[in-house]
Design a protein around this ligand. Sequence first.
Ligand code: SF4
Ligand code: SF4
Length: 400
Amino acid sequence: MTTLQTDPGMEFLAQRVDGDPAFGCIQCGTCAASCPLGAAMEYPPRQLILQARSGNLDKILSSPSLWMCVGCHTCSSRCPRGIELADDLWPALRDRAMQEGIQPPAELQETFQNIFKYGNSLGESARKRLDWAKELDVPLRDLSKEPTAVEVLWLVCDYPSYYPRNQVVTRDFARILTALGVRWGVLGNKEKAVGDCDRLFGEEGLFEMLVENNKKLFDKHQFEKIVTLDTHSYRALEHFYPRYGAEYPVEHYTTFLADRLDLLKPLLTKPVKATVTYHDNCCIGRRAGIFDQPRMLLEAIPGVKLVEMARNRENALCCGGGGGGMWLDGHIVEHGGQRLSDQRVRQAAEVGAEVLAVSCPLELSRFEDSTKVAGLENKLLVRDIIELLAESMDLGEKEK
Ligand code: SF4
Ligand code: SF4
């Protein structure tokens, strides 16, 4: 009989899984059956635990399926024993694999290097952090040059800072904050990546370094709360940073704006005539339970007809971009998985949506690419909720 002392797999699981230890698993299989990539995995979540219990940790760590989880949190949210698979077990196994010299797929390694070397996942220069604001037509307070007390420390985050499609949304958000009379500021070229809602896909050492650096940076400034556009950063700040003594009031933009609907509604004057469906992302949706506020914002826009996909709220299908999935598409497809974003845009089209509304910066490019793959390019537009609000407020940039 295996024991904690003699079985490295069980010892590892007992040490690393928060809450109910993983050998409380009753092997019901709910996690594997719920996993959108489970059928393609050599070791879906139930099997991970079974194999570790059997002392086969090496097999798990060297399997390609270790890098197929996209952190959607469906398994964790449905496990009857409350075992935190997505945010604790899976990153812990990946961390262990890297400690043992097992390298993740090349694209993910490059992302880790980009974050380490440049402070952002895209490998861009810190000097370009404010390039998004070159065409901005409202005043911007760069706190790295003009340290002053603000109501909102806006962490712009990586994709909204650097990626051209996202920069449109970023400028729209600056205009909305300004129109609402919010005193906001950004960290300019001092801003660095926050991390991710699942502790940076298993690179715990790098995650801890980011927390430490960001804590020092945030502590230099006076603000009432942090607001982010990035759902992954929001969840990391809200859920994981406090574990490292870095606790700050933080909101995702959807809750921040929904709390100000009384101020926002009179500004939403221009109809946006479209049938819209909302994609619940995994970080603010299943993980944080923010389901109503994005819908409240959409329903406040005149002309918007909101329809629901069959899989919505806690049952929404993941876009496949989390858990490092943004950089793992090639690996997942190579090992028999499908791109979940391709499935999701088809689900949006099935309910007659003309617009797929999103609130996570990774989803714009993922879903736009998937509309091309699915032959929906001119039938389904992908737009951030911020863009729809800005259009209704007649604040400038429209469709790009
Ligand atoms: S859902 Fe939970 S209890 Fe059931 S097999 Fe998966 S980890 Fe074990
Ligand atoms: S988090 Fe999602 S992708 Fe990862 S194992 Fe769980 S259900 Fe599968």
